[in-house]
Design a protein around this ligand. Structure first.
Ligand code: 13P
Length: 254
């Protein structure tokens, strides 16, 4: 059984004070019984990982980074390594987000190096894939997603299905309020699972594939009701405790 997973990607938002407050509100707002059905994590900006790792220690909420560099240490000004993330008890790290691909020129081969480096440290990468609007309109969704999945995971070995999470985030749905229909998203998720099966066989049945792009309290239930949608990567609606708590609740069907 794949346990539903909801992760809040805060992107470049919040002051330190606001970050601590939000997590405190989540710890109070999320009912302890919901965690049986829903795993929860937050992905704050790098600078808040340290204080939040202390606040979240021993709690059910996991910590994720939003990016990483693939080297362990060295003269790489401005970068953060998987070893550092491990030291702060990050369970997850988002890689290949479309904003990194679009604004920072990140390529599938870079994502591949990050995935390998994270797995070697025991951190689970949340690998983001998804087509742009013009690619969808040109009927190239599967072609684009296949290229991203194969590029990001080329030669990657996993020992357990929990070693990796995939997030399908159609670029046209991110921050636009235009959510993919559950059926359209399901079609792509099922396709991704087939690709994972061709790489890792039966392990793929237990790998979680999240949907991301304008997930809100009122649409999350119909998305996770689909057979291959195993949770959500939430941007805007993860920035307020009220809406994120509601998303976790509705994702679990409570
Ligand atoms: P929104 O939920 O704001 O559309 O962002 C989705 C996203 O990019 C999560 O990584």
């Amino acid at each position: 059984m794949r346990r539903t997973f909801v992760c809040g990607n805060w992107k470049m938002h919040k002051t330190a004070k606001e970050a601590l407050l939000l997590v405190k509100q989540l710890l109070i707002g999320i009912d302890a019984t919901w965690y049986d059905k829903v795993e929860v994590a937050v992905a704050p900006p790098f600078v808040y990982l340290f204080p939040l790792s202390r606040l979240l220690a021993g709690t059910p909420i996991g910590l994720s980074a939003q990016d990483v560099f693939w080297e362990g240490e060295g003269a790489f000004t401005g970068e953060v390594s998987p070893v550092m993330l491990k030291d702060l008890e990050c369970r997850y790290c988002i890689v290949g987000h479309s904003e990194r691909r679009i604004y920072f020129g990140e390529k599938d081969k870079d994502v591949n190096k990050k995935v390998r480096a994270l797995i070697s440290q025991g951190i689970t990468p949340i690998v983001c894939v998804g087509e742009r609007l013009e690619e969808r309109e040109a009927g190239k969704v599967k072609e684009v997603v296949e290229g991203q999945i194969k590029g990001a995971l080329d030669g990657v070995e996993i020992a357990s299905p929990s070693d990796i999470v995939i997030a399908y985030e159609p670029v046209w749905a991110i921050g636009t309020g235009k959510v993919a229909t559950p059926e359209d998203a399901q079609e792509v998720h099922a396709f991704i699972r087939e690709l994972l099966k061709s790489m890792w066989g039966k392990l793929a049945d237990e790998i979680r594939i999240l949907y991301g792009g304008s997930v809100k309290p009122d649409n999350v239930a119909s998305l996770v009701a689909q057979p291959d949608i195993d949770g959500a990567l939430v941007g805007g609606a993860s920035l307020k405790a009220e809406s994120f708590v509601e998303i976790v609740k509705n994702a679990g069907g409570f």
